[in-house]
Design a protein around this ligand. Structure first.
Ligand code: ASC
Length: 148
């Protein structure tokens, strides 16, 4: 009787905690995807301007860059242990190469904050050329760490 009780407690403690971990992982995935969505929205606006799909508006561009620069600081903490499973395109390789992943994330942050500075001056060509650098850092990470 007592044994069964202890066994029951152990089982519920074990499964209970794995549910908690799964719930935390789900939240973390939602968090980072939300951040990336905001970044993508703003990156998309700048990309449309440099491609001539919409007219270049220096103030809008600078605001987009400012938003991406701020948001770029947020996603890293969302890549918590165990959040490679669930509603995510993140590849398990991230957690096997966390140092490299962090370095790539930091490089992206650096290029994006340079974009925010440069775009304040309102020059189309300079903004366009730095946006290219930013895009390369997005792609560099996606190639290695994001599923299609
Ligand atoms: C985005 C988005 C990407 C990157 C990439 C930049 O907005 O969804 O994957 O920017 O296109 O090269």
């Amino acid at each position: 009787m007592k044994k069964n009780l202890i066994l029951g407690l152990l089982i519920s403690a074990f499964f209970g905690s794995s549910f908690v971990i799964a719930a935390d992982a789900e939240k973390a995935i939602k968090y980072r995807r939300g951040v990336f969505n905001v970044m993508g929205w703003n990156f998309g606006s700048m990309a449309a301007m440099v491609k001539g799909k919409i007219p270049f508006d220096a103030n809008v561009f600078a605001r987009n860059a400012e938003i991406v620069a701020f948001m770029s600081q947020l996603p890293l903490e969302g890549f918590v242990e165990g959040s490679d499973e669930g509603d995510t395109k993140a590849r398990p390789e991230i957690w096997l190469n966390m140092e490299d992943f962090e370095a790539k994330m930091k490089k992206m942050q650096k290029e994006v904050s340079a974009l925010a500075e440069i775009s304040k001056k309102g020059n189309f060509d300079a903004s366009k050329s730095q946006l290219k650098e930013v895009g390369a850092t997005c792609k560099g990470c996606h190639d290695d760490y994001r599923n299609k």
